[in-house]
Design a protein around this ligand. Structure first.
Ligand code: ACM
Length: 645
């Protein structure tokens, strides 16, 4: 931390001098962190000293993460504000899931995410290691698993040991997930004899849910799992092992007469009963290894082994059902960062919201939650930007009291947090910039790059898995280097514009404010109109034309509305209706991207076409009228589970 502060301040800090920072842990922690460790700390900064005290070294690490964010520059130099903080987490399980299968995420990428997680006081890295699209961990007992299932992109066991140690040094647990019995195509490439249909199998290259499934009636499946999980227990010290269990299509079970006979002979009822039987067998294997089992909410079943941790991704109902059965539970529904929602929307999701219907005993079983980053659309180059800084919003929800939920303050603090992430070596800004310049091409001059930056700053990746619809033939080999791939997930520029419009319309519009917005939109329009021609030499200008076109249209509409407001003219009702309809068109998903300007554009058009209020009372009524007339659709509803398949 002191080295990073040196880089920021240009000062030499604590080299051979007493730095004036006292760290005290009452007990040294175990070699690896575990669930329920005391992470509390007390931090005081006075004019004389910085003192950080904690029960455990894990608590000291959490306090350091706070202290690291307290250094500020002011007119009189660098300072730490005087403060006294007594802090502890609300939930003991604050995780990030990273899917290293759909797109490979190498060791150095994961180490960067661990650095960022530590700064956000996140304490579990959930590694999704096996999938239809890749088997990403070395098995010495069953080498055909990774050799035939991974295209050579997998973690060697030594790399996992290194990763687990690196994580532990930051107070972070690593929980592996081996997704069974569905999502197992890559296992069956080398071991087709374990499948429920004859095979042969090939690594799945496109997205969606495959039908391949392990055969729960085949004893060899449990022999392999016992061997493989035993090996994994040697390299993953955490007592929790996630077995996935999600999205078992069961078509291969239904289509296999021998499997259906097994279900009848063992009174398992149906395919779900067969999965419950399978889960019990796996749970017994894990129990013998001193591990307990976690699974996605599909593992819920009357015969689920007690002590299973249930991770709810399909909805909050899973939390209710799991905790009613006495199982501990985690929330991930609402924290799927690959839906590309704004930070604020994830921030609002609470594992135990104020109006919860869970009983106090059920509430105690909610351990926390996990942000999830599935990587169908996220290469290693993009990973940092896909996760950060938005994952910090989930981190704060899981650490801080429920009442800490001011979205304005969240956004005010995110840029500083993002800068600290860069100090730690995160590439969310650097890679985006490099990807943009690569897209612009070798011969692009500064003005071309600037125009592309201006346009890119206003778009966001299409939300709610709309890209799966836009590109149904997508596969694992396609480079993720297009326009959508170097956008900020959340456009600061659009959000800033939206806030300026709200302020403008809150009261009687001020000329200077209108002129500022006109200046902005004029610059956007200039860039949007010039960009396609500027990019002709890049070979990729066709990818930008639709976006540039809708941005140009958006600016035409916005500028006309601003002009009416400035000159105190009023647009007609027909003009308003026409433009509201156009805004609906241009702000809806456009292939891989969308323009998040619906609300401010509609507000401007509506304000420019309603009679101006005079007097305080009229202005209050105007705000209501304005919103009603603007017909804002707002954020699309979350997709329901069935639509995701
Ligand atoms: C999941 O997203 N299928 C757990």
């Amino acid at each position: 931390m002191l080295r990073r502060w040196e880089a920021r301040t240009g000062l030499v800090l604590g080299r051979g001098h007493k730095p004036g920072v006292q760290l005290r842990a009452h007990a040294t922690a175990a070699e690896f962190p575990s669930l329920g460790d005391d992470e509390s700390y007390r931090l005081t900064v006075s004019s004389r000293e910085v003192r950080l005290e904690a029960q455990t070294t894990w608590g000291v690490l959490r306090g350091l993460a706070t202290l690291e964010q307290c250094l500020h520059a002011g007119p009189r130099g660098w300072f730490l504000p005087a403060l006294a903080i007594a802090d502890r987490p609300r939930f003991p399980w604050r995780g990030v899931l990273i899917d290293v299968c759909r797109h490979w995420q190498p060791l150095e990428s994961l180490k960067r995410q661990l650095e960022a997680m530590a700064l956000a006081k996140l304490n579990v890295l959930h590694l999704h290691l096996t999938e239809d699209q890749g088997f990403r961990i070395e098995s010495r007992l069953y080498p055909r698993l990774h050799e035939l299932g991974s295209d050579g992109e997998y973690f060697r066991q030594e790399e996992i040991r290194e990763l687990v140690r690196f994580a532990a040094d930051r107070g972070i647990r690593v929980v592996p997930e081996f997704d069974v019995p569905g999502h197992t195509t890559s296992w069956l490439v080398g071991h087709p004899e374990l499948g429920s249909a004859p095979g042969p199998y090939a690594i799945r290259r496109h997205w969606g849910v495959a039908e391949a499934a392990l055969d729960p009636t085949n004893e060899q499946v449990y022999v392999l799992l016992a061997g493989f999980l035993g090996e994994m227990a040697e390299i993953f010290p955490d007592t929790c092992v996630h077995i996935g269990g999600d999205e078992v299509k069961a078509a291969h079970w239904s289509g296999n007469e021998r499997i259906q006979r097994f279900i009848r002979q063992h009174n398992l009822g149906d395919n779900r009963g067969l999965q419950a039987y399978f889960n019990q067998r796996v749970s017994e294997i894990l129990g013998r290894l001193g591990r307990h089992m976690a699974g996605w909410d599909e593992v819920l079943h009357p015969r689920l082994s007690a002590g299973t941790l249930v991770q709810s991704w399909r909805g909050v109902a899973g939390l209710d059902e799991a905790t009613k059965m006495g199982c501990a539970a985690l929330l991930s529904n609402g924290y799927y960062l690959d839906l590309w929602w704004p930070a604020a929307r994830h921030y609002e999701v609470d594992p135990v919201p104020a109006g919860t219907t869970l009983t106090p005993d059920q509430q105690k079983l909610i351990l926390g939650g996990e942000a999830a980053m599935w990587t169908e659309w996220t290469s290693a180059e993009r990973l940092d930007g896909a996760l950060w800084p938005r994952a910090a919003a989930v981190a704060e929800r899981l650490w801080s009291p429920r009442e800490v939920r001011d979205v304005g303050r969240l956004y005010a603090r995110l840029p500083g947090f993002s800068a600290r992430l860069e100090d730690l070596g995160l590439l969310h800004e650097k890679n985006r910039d490099a990807m943009l310049r690569r897209f612009a091409g070798d011969t692009a001059g500064a003005s071309t790059v600037a125009a592309l930056q201006t346009v890119a700053a206003l778009f966001e990746p299409v939300k709610n898995y709309g890209r799966n619809l836009a590109q149904a033939d997508a596969n694992q080999f396609q480079p993720l280097t297009g326009f959508a791939d170097f956008l900020r997930v959340e456009s600061d520029e659009a959000r800033g514009f939206g806030a300026a419009v709200e302020t403008l319309l809150h009261d009687r519009p001020k000329v200077a404010d209108i002129e500022r917005l006109i200046g902005k939109m004029t610059a956007w329009r200039t860039a949007a109109k010039a960009l396609p021609a500027l990019l002709t030499a890049s070979g990729r200008s066709h990818e930008i034309i639709p976006a540039a076109k809708v941005l140009g249209q958006a600016c035409d509409i916005g500028l006309r509305a601003l002009d009416l407001l400035l000159t105190r003219h009023t647009g007609t009702r027909a003009w308003r209706q026409r433009n509201l309809a156009t805004i609906d068109q241009i702000c809806r998903p456009l292939g891989h991207v969308e323009l998040p300007l619906e609300r401010p554009l509609k507000l401007l058009v509506t304000a420019a076409s309603l009679p101006r209020p005079s007097g305080v009372k009229a202005r209050a009524a105007w705000a209501t009228e304005l919103l009603a007339a603007a017909r804002i659709r707002g954020l699309a509803a979350a997709p329901v589970y069935e639509q995701w398949l």
